[in-house]
Write a protein that binds this ligand. Structure first.
Ligand code: ZN
Length: 222
């Protein structure tokens, strides 16, 4: 089985991708890479490291992108900025400019050094929050770019690309890790793991997806 590098934040999406990669390829073929880029809560990085260690992935690396905050600003990195979406704005103010392009290029450089050509990223355009770098067209273009840049044949896998949050919970359930993902991952913009603050946009999306999935199951199963 070919090895794979999962871009791993410790959130619901990338943890679901990680679990799927482990189920498909075996833990010995799964490597994780976490970026510490000045996101609101350092806890996110700690949780990612703890999950990678607990699951026993083949290797885990945390990379500090500590200059990111010097060149851009947004509500995800700046805790003094409230999370909002301005009327008419194309993206919410939590959008981090260029993040997935930067992460995928960096992941590809690192992966190549380890002889890994398969990359996984947990982006989805189904519950599209207006993030341009979550779109399939971006992922395909980035795949072509890194192949050209390094004269290599990488494959970027984005298994959640067309899944809604409800679909994603269904996938987690099929993988036998719904409770793990529900309780151990951090998606909340306020930095509260598990079910989170319940109020921020990330919590709303996550909770609505879970409700929709649980409602879609037979009542006797709930
Ligand atoms: Zn929240």
């Amino acid at each position: 089985m070919k090895p794979v590098l999962v871009v791993f934040s410790g959130g619901q999406d990338s943890t679901t991708c990680l679990m799927q990669a482990i189920a498909e390829r075996g833990i010995e073929n799964v490597h994780t890479l976490t970026f510490a880029y000045g996101q609101r809560h350092a806890l996110e990085v700690e949780l990612a490291e703890a999950i990678a260690k607990e699951l026993g992935v083949a290797s885990h690396k945390t990379l500090a992108v500590d200059w990111y905050r010097d060149i851009t600003s947004n509500a995800l990195m700046d805790t003094t900025t409230p999370i909002t979406r301005e009327e008419g704005a194309s993206t919410p103010n939590t959008f981090v400019e260029g993040r997935n392009a930067l992460f995928l290029l960096t992941a590809a450089i690192y992966a190549k050094s380890k002889g890994i050509l398969d990359l996984v990223i947990g982006v989805s355009e189904a519950d599209f929050s207006g993030y341009p770098d979550c779109r399939e067209v971006f992922v395909r273009s980035m795949n072509e770019t890194i192949n050209l840049a390094m004269d290599c044949t990488f494959t970027i896998h984005a298994p959640l690309q067309h899944l809604t949050k409800a679909d994603e919970w269904a996938l987690a359930d099929r993988l036998g890790c719904l409770d793990f993902i529900r309780t151990r991952t951090l998606t909340c913009y306020e930095g509260i793991p598990g079910d989170g603050c319940g109020k921020c946009p990330a919590c709303h999306l996550r909770a609505a997806g879970l409700r929709a999935y649980l409602a879609s199951k037979a009542p006797t199963e709930n």
